[in-house]
Ligand binder design. Structure first.
Ligand code: SAM
Length: 222
């Protein structure tokens, strides 16, 4: 009952505030056709990412976890013409589908999809001097979230906005004894945020078409 209502309300929000968008619809269809799991952000969440990137005036964005490039598209649409978004993806098929979607969205001049496990590709970014990023969206394998946060900090400047998705996990985040590596990844994130003087952070629980979860928002303050 609750979950059905969350879905209906998400549909209402989307119908009211997010105009039909053939490019994004096609991307979702391409993802489904290629057998990608529907674990991308919901349309209203994607638009929130887009608006946050705009508020931040982001010119240089890093995303960890591309899937089919749905959140990538929302974020890249917030960039100025000389902006750039680098998105990291470990799965070759996901990266290929994402590249197709990004090209069809007319965003390939702004977006680079880097294939490889993020813990391998993040050090390359540092070596190549790709940072600092204005906004970093962490949405890959959840057990590695604390490591991704450490990399995000390395690739940040004062003012960088760091967003981390799926940190509530049906409320299981409060279970210290959870055997789930994903839950322990989220808990490790909260521990790291609490201990990190360079960050100011909060988290919000969310419900909607993607169930009960939530995200962390952190700003680099020093
Ligand atoms: N951000 C995407 C969106 O909203 O459209 C959804 C990303 S999905 C939740 C997580 C993605 O991270 C998957 O495509 C998965 O293959 C990828 N992934 C998993 N482990 C990874 C790793 N070690 N390095 C990079 N990407 C990884």
């Amino acid at each position: 009952e609750g979950a059905e209502l969350w879905k209906k309300v998400d549909r209402y929000i989307t119908d009211q505030l997010i105009p039909a968008d053939p490019v994004l619809d096609e991307a979702q269809e391409a993802n489904a056709a290629a057998g990608l799991p529907a674990i991308d952000v919901a349309p209203n969440q994607g638009k929130m990412l887009h608006l946050l990137a705009r508020v931040a005036g982001a010119r240089n964005i890093l995303e960890i976890g591309t899937l089919g490039g749905y959140s990538t598209t929302w974020l890249a649409r917030a960039l100025p013409d000389d902006g750039h978004l680098i998105t990291l993806e470990a799965d070759a098929k996901h990266a290929e589908v994402a590249r197709g979607n990004i090209a069809r969205a007319g965003l390939d001049h702004l977006v680079t999809v880097r294939l490889g496990a993020a813990l391998d590709t993040l050090p390359r970014l540092e070596e190549e001097g790709k940072g600092p990023f204005d906004l970093i969206f962490i949405d890959a394998d959840k057990q590695n979230i604390p490591k991704y946060l450490a990399w995000a900090l390395k690739l940040s400047r004062k003012g960088t906005l760091i967003l981390v998705d799926n940190v509530i996990r049906d409320g299981e985040v409060i279970d210290a004894s959870s055997a789930s590596p994903q839950v322990q990844g989220a808990r490790g994130l909260f521990d790291a945020l609490k201990a990190e003087p360079r960050l100011q952070a909060t988290a919000l629980q969310t419900v909607g078409s993607k169930g009960y979860d939530g995200f962390v928002m952190a700003v680099v303050v020093a």
